[in-house]
Design a protein around this ligand. Structure first.
Ligand code: PMP
Length: 306
């Protein structure tokens, strides 16, 4: 895909707002050499009726990028507050009137060996991005033969760029095998998550999702979904989840900033429930999109208005 279509965008780059072609990271940097960087994926939803852009859980995403820097042992930490302010300013400078995907990154800059801990650089990019069709249709997934990284090698709970080589393997395998998505098992053989999203199943009327010690990213959408399900009167359990349980689930779905709430119709060629998105998933989607689009009351203070 050509990146020229982004050439009119403004990028926040180390304290300045620069044209797209001036946001460059040096080839000597540990970020390039070792993937020594952490990032976030944040969505902004354009509400046409209110003519406003709502950023969803901006503070929580920036708190997580601080957390990721600490976990990845950066010697200097870019704090959340200024990153939030820079994000809002970046939205204004790009004058977005469409839904967007925002990607802040903090990286190890200049020159250093693999044990380098600084200095850091930071940038934020944002591109227009709407909700993909798979959110309506649902997807087919495969349990990958690639194991999810464990906390004994790379912390999945941090959003480190290097972790995504693990996701990449699983995603490529799923694509080659004709599936839309991958589900990875952890080193204990339990379900962890998808290549870029968390997973829930409904079994005997109860919502089940792997716990935060299952080698998953500590997902913000997962947290949102748990709250929405409880609001719907659905019991939620965070516990180990087996592959074979998925074959018996009445409904299942993926969730994440990028994946929003995406129905999971089929695993390993085996239909989940009727093989089409279930009623509970549909109701959850409705509540999720009302929340992020600023249609429902923002009782948690999760929306930042631009
Ligand atoms: N797991 C992985 C591996 C991810 O990359 C993402 C996307 N950030 C998620 C889960 C979902 O996290 P969140 O809801 O915070 O976007």
């Amino acid at each position: 895909m050509s990146i020229d279509k982004f050439k009119d965008l403004i990028v926040y780059f180390n304290g300045e707002y620069v044209p797209w072609d001036q946001a460059n990271v040096h080839v000597f940097s540990p970020a390039v050499k070792y993937g020594a960087s952490v990032f976030e994926g944040i969505r902004g939803y354009w509400n046409e009726d209110k003519e406003k852009l709502f950023l969803f859980r901006l503070d929580d995403h920036m708190a997580r990028i601080e957390f990721s820097q600490r976990v990845m042992r950066f010697g200097e930490i870019a704090p959340a507050g200024p990153l939030c302010d820079a994000t809002v300013e970046l939205m204004r400078r790009n004058n977005f009137r469409a839904s967007v995907h925002i990607r802040p990154t903090v990286y190890l800059d200049e020159y250093g060996e693999s044990s380098a801990r600084g200095p850091i650089g930071q940038f934020i990019t944002a591109i227009p991005r709407g909700t993909p069709k798979k959110v309506e249709d649902g997807v087919r997934a495969q349990v990958s033969s690639w194991e999810r990284i464990s906390d004994r090698c790379m912390p999945a709970r941090a959003k480190a760029n290097a972790n995504y080589n693990n996701s990449r393997y699983a995603g490529i395998q799923a694509n080659i095998d004709g599936y839309d998505a991958a589900i990875m098992l952890n080193s204990r053989g339990k379900i962890s998550e998808g290549q870029g999203m968390c997973i829930f199943m409904i079994r005997n009327g109860v919502a089940i999702t792997p716990s935060v010690t299952s080698d998953i990213l500590e997902s913000i959408t997962r947290d949102t979904v748990i709250m929405l399900l409880r609001d719907m009167g659905v019991e939620v359990r965070e516990r180990d989840m087996d592959r074979s349980e998925l074959y018996d689930a009445s409904e299942a779905f993926f969730c994440g900033t990028g994946w929003e709430v995406t129905p999971l119709n089929n695993v390993d060629g085996s239909p989940i429930g009727t093989g089409a998105p279930g009623d509970l998933t549909r109701e959850l989607q409705r509540r999720y999109f009302d929340l992020v689009n600023g249609v429902a009351q923002d009782t948690h203070g999760w929306l930042t208005e631009v």
